[in-house]
Ligand binder design. Structure first.
Ligand code: SF4
Length: 401
């Protein structure tokens, strides 16, 4: 991971974006904004799934009126999404939103842009310049031979120049494209050009799993390079999935503290002593239900499982009809296979209540020895221990001599 690039900091309501603020997660509602209760229900669901900031469309007067009722009841700051009609930006400001997103590709009259920026400045409201490859200013696209990274950055710079006319600098910028390499290059170029905070996203990424893969490839690559201050997965799915995926990506990269479960599981192989996919799914559902923020491993065999997942807080590995429960790599209990998931959940709850040390201290006498015996038994049947590197090398040398 590269060191995070230093950007200016702006405030979207109580959420700081840029500078040394944590990278934030955004998502967007799919309800009609005029439907106040429906939109609020979705905003709450998004906030629960990890969204720090939520965007709502403000595409008609009724939407702005809806926002006036939604903003005071929202658990997170709201951004009004504006296309084509600058007057709806002014209406959204009146409604009390904490930020605006303007698309420079479809609000193009300089005086209208300056009017919105002037009003935002008076109310200390930030604006995202939301450039989108699919709706780029036609003259810029023509000059650059299409929606190239240079064209996307040029569009943002033109908008910045209009803002500068009225001394408005409370800005974050996105240069989204559905083509992942174009998106990555556009953000790289932008980050070399300006020090405003950047909002990352692969636009129109599509439904999961391809949409998740594209978004993760684009956003994850840039974050690993230290670029990006706030992110949004644009999925053709329930937006709760967007918020969850955004949060999980940041947690996976170590950019946000883990809030929820981190279930790691082996991919299974010929050594598996249990249906790993089923056990992992059951364990995930049970642990997520209980909101347990631990790293939990589900491993298909006791031969390699506890060793390979020794860093997990807790895990279970199968062997000869039994589940071997391990904490920080040490086997603490052996249970019948049918009770694996229940035992895992019970042990996770104990760790949450009493801590890892207490659970390790009360390990069943003989559990470690029983696991070791099962491991040896399986090795006799199955052959090589995948963790035994020295043994492998010795055998390779014998064979190669
Ligand atoms: S833990 Fe065991 S079953 Fe799972 S992939 Fe590794 S060797 Fe195969």
């Amino acid at each position: 991971m590269h060191e995070r690039r230093k950007t200016r900091q702006i405030q979207v309501g109580p959420v700081a974006v840029g500078g040394d603020a944590p990278v934030s997660v955004q998502s967007m509602t799919t309800t009609k904004t005029a439907d106040v209760e429906g939109t609020l229900a979705q905003i709450y669901a998004l906030a629960g799934a990890g969204a720090d900031i939520v965007r709502c469309t403000c595409n008609e007067e009724e939407a702005a009126e809806g926002l006036a009722q939604i903003v005071p009841r929202s658990p997170v700051p709201l951004v009004a999404d504006i296309h084509f009609q600058y007057k709806l930006a002014l209406a959204a400001i009146e409604a009390g939103v904490q930020a605006l997103r303007l698309n420079p590709g479809n609000i193009r009259k300089p005086e209208q842009i300056r009017t919105v920026a002037r009003e935002a400045k008076d109310r200390s409201l930030p604006i995202r310049i939301g450039v989108n490859a699919g709706s780029l200013d036609p003259d810029i696209a023509e000059r650059h031979g299409g929606a190239t990274p240079e064209a996307l950055v040029a569009s943002a710079q033109r908008e910045l120049a209009y803002f500068a006319d009225v001394d408005f600098e409370d800005v974050k910028i996105s240069v989204k494209a559905s083509n992942v390499p174009v998106m990555i290059d556009a953000y790289r170029l932008l980050s070399e050009t300006v020090d405003y905070p950047l909002h990352l996203g692969v636009t129109e990424a599509g439904p999961p799993p391809a949409g998740l893969v594209k978004s993760t490839a684009g956003i994850g690559t840039l974050l690993a390079e230290g670029i990006g201050d706030t992110i949004r997965f644009s999925l053709t799915a329930d937006p709760v999935e967007e918020a969850r995926a955004g949060r999980q990506l940041l947690e996976a990269l170590g950019l946000r503290e883990r809030k929820g479960l981190d279930l790691i599981a082996c991919p299974s192989c010929g050594r598996a002593e249990v249906d790993v996919i089923r056990v992992a799914k059951d364990a995930q559902a049970a642990l997520e239900d209980r909101k347990i923020p631990l790293q939990v491993a589900v491993m298909g065999c006791v031969v390699n499982g506890p060793g390979e997942a020794r860093d997990a807080d807790l895990g279970i590995a199968a062997g000869r009809g039994k589940g071997h429960l391990f904490v920080k790599g040490k086997v603490v209990r052996v249970v019948p296979e049918a009770e694996m998931v229940d035992a895992l959940v019970a042990e996770a709850e104990r760790i949450m209540e009493e801590g890892v040390e207490a659970v390790l201290a009360s390990a069943d006498a003989g559990a470690e020895a029983e696991a070791e015996a099962t491991r040896d038994e399986l090795l006799q049947i199955q052959g090589t221990d995948a963790n035994d590197d020295a043994g492998k090398i010795e055998r390779i040398r014998e064979v190669a001599e």
